[in-house]
Design a protein around this ligand. Structure first.
Ligand code: COI
Length: 359
């Protein structure tokens, strides 16, 4: 039985606030704020005791099931400080709903979506001063659920902990907003139909590490995953959904169980349709992409993600081929999307779809 949205969230403030880092020193996910949100689940009692407490370690028995079998889900959203000084969450409801879908995929009891939203608001309110001010910076919010039953049997746990931590961040990639290089792999696969591909679960990221290490050794930033059966249909990139512009068509692989239903993906598709562009959610093979790269019709390629925002792809490798996209520069539509999404996030533009909410 999920806690109701009216449940009181208690707040215990830290007595030892840390010094906040300079905005210019921020990268991704290296420093954490003064507080965290916690809530537990026990069978028969449901989700209970939602609270904001000082940030600190979790104490886990070595036999805690998440440490052995990975029953864990997370999500990632951001809070932005607008030009007017007001802090706003971006698409909090959609992130709360996706977290619940990930829970369902991993047999974790769902939470009340209203309470998830309130957990985001409560932690951001507690750490309001941590939301950075400089262009391109934000507060990354990481809600996570882990199985905490102490047992080694393989079955869904009867106890869970939900926590939310926050990190002031700059760019996800060391390249900043400059184009990244990605490598399509047919050696490793990420997800199959009927698996966990659309859930934001630790296992998907563990499964990506070997491929990511190989790509980095070859000088690439990220891996472009192909489907697991034929190993030719493009799926998504390490931490982003992928989009391409071939001639006048914008293409992105369809949702269908193997890729993440990205919130930035949905925002980009919505804006491009608002602008009257032809956008296809369709399967596209790596051969079609490489051919378009060679004949010059591949005009732009970019990734979308909460951490990565809208990230241009300047180069794509596949087997022994390598194509440079748009002269290795950020394309016109990529830049337009980046500008439009960040303008809404930082409240420099109207928010016609009601994506932001003030904290
Ligand atoms: C996000 O964009 O929020 C992600 O989850 C990427 C993260 C794994 C770095």
């Amino acid at each position: 039985m999920p806690s109701s949205p009216e449940t009181t969230i208690s707040v215990t403030r830290t007595r030892t606030p840390q010094r906040r880092p300079e905005d210019a020193s921020l990268s991704f996910g290296k420093v954490f704020t003064d507080h965290m949100f916690l809530m537990e689940y026990e069978e028969g009692r449901g989700w209970h005791s939602p609270r904001v407490v000082p940030y600190g370690p979790l104490t886990l028995d070595p036999a805690t099931s998440v440490l052995h079998y990975g029953q864990a889900v997370f999500d990632g959203l951001k809070a932005f400080r607008g030009a007017d000084g007001q802090v706003r969450l971006f698409r909090a409801q959609r992130h709360a709903e996706r977290l619940n879908r990930s829970c369902a995929a991993l047999c974790i009891p769902e939470m009340d979506a209203g309470l998830i939203r309130r957990s985001f608001e409560a932690i951001v309110a507690a750490d309001h001063d941590w939301v950075p001010r400089s262009p391109g910076t934000s507060l990354y919010i990481r809600p996570t659920v882990v199985a905490t039953e102490v047992m080694l049997g393989v079955h869904p746990a009867h106890r869970y902990t939900y926590f939310v931590i926050c990190s002031p961040v700059g760019s996800y990639y060391k390249e900043g907003v400059k184009p990244v290089r990605i490598l399509a792999t047919d050696k490793y696969v990420r997800a199959v139909q009927g698996g966990l591909g659309e859930a934001k679960t630790a296992a998907n990221y563990a499964a990506s590490l070997s491929a990511q290490r190989d790509a980095e050794r070859q000088g690439y930033t990220q891996v472009l995953w192909l489907d697991a059966i034929e190993r030719r249909w493009i799926d998504e990139v390490g931490t982003m959904n992928i989009m391409l512009r071939i001639g006048d068509e914008v293409i992105t692989p369809p949702l269908g169980g193997t890729i993440l239903d990205g919130v930035t993906r949905n925002s980009a598709l919505t804006l491009m349709r608002d602008w009257g562009l032809t956008v296809s959610e369709r399967r596209i093979s790596i051969e079609e992409v490489m051919r378009a790269g060679q004949d010059g019709s591949l005009r732009e390629m970019w990734g979308t993600g909460t951490a990565a925002v809208v990230s241009p792809v300047g180069e794509l490798g596949y087997k022994d081929q390598r194509i440079v996209i748009g002269g290795g520069q950020t394309g016109e539509l990529t830049q337009r999307l980046y500008d439009a999404i960040t303008a809404i996030q930082y409240s420099r533009a109207e928010d016609p779809h009601g994506w932001t909410s003030a904290v």
